[in-house]
Write a protein that binds this ligand. Sequence first.
Ligand code: ADE
Length: 225
Amino acid sequence: MHIDIITVVPELLQSPLSHSILQRAQDKGLLSVQVHDLRPYGIGKHHSTDDYQFGGGAGMVMRCEPLATLIDELREKRNYDEVIYVTPDGERYTQRRANRLSLCNDLLVICGHYKGIDERIREEYVTLEISIGDYVLSGGELAAAVLVDSIGRLLPGVIGDETSALTDTFQDDLLAPPVYTRPAEWRGREVPAILRSGNTPAIEDWRQEAAEKRTRERRPDLLGD
Ligand code: ADE
């Protein structure tokens, strides 16, 4: 999979993309991510990428022309499955959406800043608008990093233990059950005996029940009843 990201703050994306699982995915050639600085496409001697909004009001808006020039350039090289704009007024991001996006070949992610991007860019190019939660970030870069991380780890071969991503919280609309490692007793707290029994079917039943209990208690909305 290839992901292009457009931003005015490329530095913000350098670190999250160059660690652990995401770096491994890139090293293995399973994922390539390219961050594109919008600034050189800005207008005038200051390479301006934003301007005051029509109608007045606080906050700048990202201009059409620099974005359009860069997007057109990128679209000459790739046929994107989705052109994604990360924005608080987008669709709420879920594991289901991450799963679907992990099946794509090419994605373009546009990061907004200030008051966001000119509405006409959304109309002209954007096919999917995603919000990572009901709060406002100062820019779309952290949201873009969330997308790349959550999608990248789902690509076949990225996570060593293939079943691991399949048993994540949310993967079957349930929270994950509690997990334990050594020691078997710590500060008087014991690991449930069943997990040490070696009885695989009984362990699976216990995990399923624990996941359902946890979901009922913490996120009944996921159960849809
Ligand atoms: N940009 C600013 N806030 C955001 C959010 N909550 N989700 C996605 N992009 C954003």
